[in-house]
Ligand binder design. Structure first.
Ligand SMILES: Cc1cc2nc3c(=O)[nH]c(=O)nc-3n(C[C@H](O)[C@H](O)[C@H](O)COP(=O)(O)OP(=O)(O)OC[C@H]3O[C@@H](n4cnc5c(N)ncnc54)[C@H](O)[C@@H]3O)c2cc1C
Length: 366
């Protein structure tokens, strides 16, 4: 393995932090640049991961590879930052109909689902505070990462080691020459083997990778205080309710494809409260509301790889609404790709969109 190469990472959200840790695990040197998490969706995310796609009652893409790595990776990172942030928790699905109840039971008997769908159903009364008119079922193997605590822990460790530079890169002033990446006349990447952009939903403004197809999906979350609910699992029914301790719960989240900004809205709060009222039969009080933007790709797969014409520059992005599940596994692939040139999976290789680059070059030439 190539030892002690230096890599410059732009962005210290889930993508940048996991990539930095993967490179450090492989005896590489890293420096990160981040603008104080100003736009970080990792701050806002509910932090939940689990193996099931409820709409089809199927396993999510690649979960058998991704979830074991979530547990290993965040487990190792807990020791690195000196703080517990990973909690294994079941996800309690509140069924919306008898049909869903029946489908659940049938699916739980199928080969491959015995480890993820608990066939035992939860009846009304077993979970005081939750409305369960059609009963509920539990998904196994998932959990929750306390992302704000994790992000802060990573930032502090990187700062202590002198690996984090807090500043905003001005995208309209960036250029690449044979000497490296410049902002105006300032050479940013002297001595670095490469620069990896992990800039989340800022991607469309990135002068090198902005050609990739991308959707910014705004989401809002609430924190509520609900004494007497005493929920141990993560509850799910059109939204998720994550127990935070001390009778506080994170409630997420909305999906908004228009008016992309970081402002919280009354409309989102109303939407979340309406859905929450269907789930809870205890009074609750809203104590916080936050907004973020998911960095989403139309095919819902991450974006990994070097720039097709500027291989000094690379990208790790497109974590969408599954950052917790995707980041650890694909940060490892990205690190092996950067250091050893190992291919990344074709489904996540950004080269799948190369025709968009040709199109954008043609447009800017005309
Ligand atoms: C409401 C909501 C709920 C969510 N819930 C979940 C969930 O339960 N589970 C889950 O797995 N995922 C969830 N997600 C998705 C998750 O948040 C993302 O997949 C993940 O955080 C993306 O990480 P990232 O590192 O790519 O981006 P970010 O977290 O946005 O990090 C990018 C970083 O780059 C920095 N940056 C950008 N541009 C510049 C620049 N020019 N100069 C310097 N720094 C720059 C930013 O400051 C930021 O810190 C949710 C998202 C939202 C919005």
């Amino acid at each position: 393995m190539a030892a002690n190469h230096r890599w410059l990472i732009i962005g210290q959200g889930l993508a940048g932090s996991c990539l930095a840790y993967s490179l450090l695990e492989r005896q590489q040197e890293v420096t990160l640049i981040d603008r104080g998490h100003a736009t970080a969706s990792t701050w806002v995310a509910a932090g939940v991961f689990h193996p099931i796609q409820f709409r089809k009652l199927s396993k999510s893409w690649n979960v058998d590879r991704l979830i074991p790595e979530v547990h290993r990776f965040f487990g190792a990172m807990q020791s690195w930052i000196g703080q517990d942030v990973l909690e294994s928790r079941e996800v309690l699905r509140l069924f919306t109909s008898t049909e869903e109840f029946n489908n659940w039971f049938a699916r739980s008997q199928e080969l491959g689902f015995e480890a993820v769908l608990d066939p035992e159903t939860i009846t009304p009364g077993q979970r005081p505070g939750l409305k369960l008119p059609h009963h509920g079922g539990r998904v196994l193997g998932g959990g929750w990462i306390n992302l704000p605590a994790w992000l802060t822990g990573v930032r502090e460790r990187l700062q202590r080691e002198g690996r984090l530079i807090e500043r905003k890169l001005e995208y309209d002033q960036l250029s690449l020459t044979e000497a490296g990446l410049f902002q105006g006349a300032e050479l940013l990447s002297e001595g670095y083997q490469g620069v990896i952009f992990c800039d989340g939903w800022q991607l469309p403004r990135n002068p090198f990778f902005g050609w990739l197809p991308f959707q910014e999906v705004k989401g809002e979350v609430l924190t509520v205080h609900c004494p007497g609910l005493d929920l141990k699992e993560i509850a799910n029914r059109k939204l998720i309710v994550v127990p935070l301790g001390n009778d506080k719960y994170r409630i997420g989240s909305t999906n908004q494809w228009k008016n992309i900004d970081l402002e919280v809205t009354e409309a989102a709060q109303e939407e979340l409260l309406e859905r929450l009222t269907v789930m809870l039969d205890r009074p609750f009080e809203v104590i916080d509301q936050q907004a973020g933007v998911r960095p989403t790709v139309p095919d819902r797969r991450p974006l990994l790889g070097r720039h097709p014409h500027m291989p000094y520059l690379a990208l790790f992005n497109g974590l969408g609404s599954r950052g917790v599940m995707y980041a650890p596994y694909y940060a490892g692939q990205m690190a092996d790709y950067l250091i050893e040139g190992k291919e990344v999976d074709s489904e996540v290789n950004l080269i799948r969109f190369k025709k968009h680059l040709a199109k954008s070059t043609l447009q800017s030439d005309s």
